[in-house]
Design a protein around this ligand. Structure first.
Ligand SMILES: Cc1ncc(COP(=O)(O)O)c(C=O)c1O
Length: 311
């Protein structure tokens, strides 16, 4: 017997009839009015209005238009990509990566050294990494490949002069992904607040907006070489607490972006002491530790171990 619809001889059960023959629900499109409102609050100035405008100018100039513009080329300095300014990428990393992607190149060592400028330490490093990681382009441990974490720990140990444990190291796909994960863990409620330096790299304010948590700003001042002012930090913290905000962490960017300032050990100590007093997590963003304009870099980890040793 054929299955019949509303006009057929055998009526269908009501629930099936409704499902099969009622008008389909209106298709809802995803649009600016119904997306997650916190996404709209997340501002990322380095990729914002100015960057969009500069792309428009570039396209205009490429088409031979824009004769009225007071310039004839656009240099994108917004996301700090030195290769946009013709800085050559570091050859060593590229060559090691090429062997990891294609281990068959190990058999062509002599030819590559002769004809393509590969150096013998590139092959040494690639062999070591392939031994530790086995192959690239596949899933690794969630915490990151053990061999890489060990080499990060060795680097930190050499840098700070204190032991570093590979078990306590988590690798992430760039700093932004690490900060996102950390913020997701810390931001337990809309009352959560995090102390963030201003001026800052917008990753922090944007991630807090996405998490629907509070950015508690503390200000850096040019007169003090863009250093942290711990009294100003404490005032910002107390003011936020009075407003019912549960301040749980302090972010420090050292060396600073966009300030370029490196914190002296005394400044690092006073931030760590404030964090200990107020039971705050301390998030030290040290992505620019090898880009030093003035002074010397000292890590927050070394500062903490020094304080613990002297206590
Ligand atoms: C201070 C600071 N932290 C984090 C990041 C983001 O790093 P990544 O590109 O590895 O996500 C940047 C990028 O410019 C930065 O300046």
């Amino acid at each position: 017997m054929p299955l019949s619809g509303p006009s057929g001889s055998l009526p269908l059960p009501a629930f099936l009839e409704k499902r099969l023959f009622s008008t389909p629900p209106r298709v809802r499109s995803l649009n600016i009015n119904n997306i997650n409102p916190h996404v709209k609050e997340a501002k990322y100035a380095v990729r914002g209005e100015l960057a969009i405008k500069s792309e428009q100018y570039k396209a205009q100039l490429a088409k031979g238009e824009g004769k009225d513009l007071p310039f004839d080329s656009v240099v994108a300095a917004n996301i700090g990509n030195p290769q946009q300014l013709d800085q050559k990428p570091i050859t060593f990393f590229r060559q090691v990566a090429s062997i990891l992607e294609n281990p068959a190149l190990l058999d062509a060592q002599e030819a590559l050294e002769k004809s393509s400028g590969y150096k013998s330490d590139v092959f040494e490093r690639a062999r070591k990494l392939l031994k530790d990681v086995k192959s690239v382009g596949a899933y690794s441990q969630s915490q990151g490949a053990a061999g890489i974490r060990q080499s990060v720990a060795d680097f930190i140990e050499r840098r700070d002069g204190y032991p570093a444990d590979a078990q306590s190291i988590y690798l992430s796909a760039g700093a932004s992904s690490g900060v996102n994960t950390l913020m997701s863990v810390i931001c337990a409620s809309p009352q959560t607040g995090i102390l963030v330096p201003i001026p800052q790299y917008p990753l922090y304010t944007a991630t807090l907006a996405l998490q629907n948590a509070h950015c508690v700003p503390y200000y850096l001042h040019e007169e003090s070489n863009w250093s942290t002012n711990v009294d100003g930090m404490r005032d910002a913290l107390k003011k936020a607490q009075k407003q019912g905000i549960d301040v749980r962490a302090v972010v420090v960017i050292n060396p600073g972006n966009p300030t370029g300032a490196s914190l002296i050990p005394e400044a690092i100590n006073s931030v760590l002491e404030l964090a200990a007093e107020e039971k705050l997590l301390c998030i030290a963003d040290e992505v620019y530790q090898t880009n030093i304009f003035e002074g010397e870099f000292q890590s927050f980890k070394k500062g903490l171990r020094d304080l613990q040793k002297s206590a």
